[in-house]
Design a protein around this ligand. Structure first.
Ligand code: FMN
Length: 391
């Protein structure tokens, strides 16, 4: 949840308080200023420009770490031991075993990372030779073997990609969209058109289909929230308030004046949020579902199979689509619940595949709502230096 979402959800959160102490409207702007997790969002400002003297790998990494990734776990870790090479590994502790039992989504996030690395390499005139899973793919879970190796060489003939310009502007927008503004078919098509890694893309733009998808995404989110272990996985990753966000700039950031205040007053705690009987849980549901009702269309990515290379390709193309949407001023928000592979979600998993006409051997890799919305603040990041493995 973004800071803005929290602010705009203020009236709703008052219900959670149920008549408790309320921060007066307009109060707390000084508090707000001091509670922005400035350090956690610094990596968005620090992405290094094409400085001729810098190690190009650092320039590349400072951009790649801004990639979208599930629950903002930032599962990447790199080895720079060999000159001119970046070897990418998955940090196995950052996986999501309950909502992502086969590491499919984590691998997609690593694909997003690789695409931003490739775009940055081009931007600084480097040829990047990318080899996926150089020691073999790993199933059913990822393991310690490398995910990718990139060999970099200077190459004056490399052409920059205009999508690079959107890396610092890109967001996942989890807030409500403007329901008075439709997304034009042509714009949707130009978002789909930037996919180039041998995946298939599709969209939903027709009103009745959008309505039935809103219902399905809502149901899927409710299943995730009412399944104790999948809900707990998210709740455990919530960073509530500035000090938690700054201490661990990853996971699901819950910041902003209002939530900070609730936290300080002891009105918001993890035990309540995993307990469907608590009023925090019950009153929170409509707030969490609200943005889903404002979807103005959807885009999706499917692959013929479900190899690790397919998942990486889906990630590379997902972030390309997210960057293109950014260029067009269109917000995107992945909604992955119905795509997940755990038992309780099976009915919604089947239903979304049927609705999108996914063939039995195909895999639905990404599904996101689109629309127009206010640009959220950037999400927290660990600096790239924290992600370099020391050997
Ligand atoms: C594979 C994948 C699945 C995702 N699924 C969801 C999702 O179901 N719901 C959601 O709110 N965000 C989802 N996201 C978006 C991430 O939460 C987001 O990328 C992360 O918090 C970082 O924020 P940013 O994209 O604004 O930098 C997903 C991202 C990826 C790459």
């Amino acid at each position: 949840m973004t800071f803005k979402a929290v602010e705009s959800g203020r009236r709703n959160f008052l219900k959670i308080l149920g008549g408790g102490v309320i921060l007066a409207a307009g109060a707390g702007s000084l508090f707000a200023l001091t509670r922005t997790p400035t350090k956690a969002i610094e990596p968005w400002k620090l992405a290094l420009g094409p400085d001729a003297n810098a190690d190009p790998r650092h320039i590349i990494l400072s951009h790649a770490i801004l990639a979208p990734n599930p629950h903002n776990r930032q599962p990447w870790v790199v080895d720079l031991g060999t000159e001119g090479e970046i070897t990418l590994y998955c940090d196995l502790d950052k996986r999501l075993p309950h909502t992502d039992p086969y590491d499919r989504q984590i691998t997609i996030g690593l694909g997003c990372f690789l695409e931003l690395a490739m775009l940055t390499a081009k931007e600084i005139g480097m040829n990047a030779d990318l080899q996926l899973f150089p020691e073999g793919e790993n199933f059913p879970r990822l393991d310690r073997k490398p995910v990718a190796r990139i060999k970099l060489t200077k190459d004056a003939t490399v052409k920059p990609d205009p999508l690079f310009a959107q890396i610092l502007e890109r967001r996942s927008n989890k807030d409500a969209f403007d329901t008075s503004q439709s997304v034009q078919e042509l714009d949707t098509l130009s978002i789909l058109a930037v996919a180039k890694n041998n995946v298939a893309t599709g969209s939903i733009t027709e009103k009745t289909n959008i309505e039935s998808m809103r219902k399905l995404t809502r149901e899927a989110l409710l299943v995730e929230m009412h399944t104790y272990r999948t809900n707990k996985e998210s709740i455990d990753l919530m960073r509530m308030g500035k000090s938690e966000i700054e201490a661990s700039p990853d996971g699901i950031d819950m910041g902003g004046v209002f939530l900070e205040t609730l936290g300080l007053l002891g009105q918001l705690n993890r035990d309540d949020l995993v307990n469907p009987e608590s009023s925090a849980f019950k009153n929170g549901i409509p707030i969490i579902l609200e943005p889903l009702e404002t979807a103005m269309g959807y885009v999706f990515i499917k692959t013929d199979g479900n190899t690790r290379a397919d998942q990486i390709a889906a990630g590379r193309d997902y972030v390309r689509m997210n960057l293109k949407a950014t260029e067009l001023g269109i917000s995107m928000h992945p909604l992955s619940q119905a795509l997940q592979e755990y038992e309780e979600i099976a009915p919604q998993f089947e239903e979304i595949r049927n609705k999108l006409k996914i063939a039995p051997q195909e895999t639905l890799q990404m599904f996101a709502r689109i629309g127009y919305g206010e640009k959220p603040n950037p999400s927290p990041r660990w600096n790239y230096e924290a992600k370099i493995r020391s050997s």
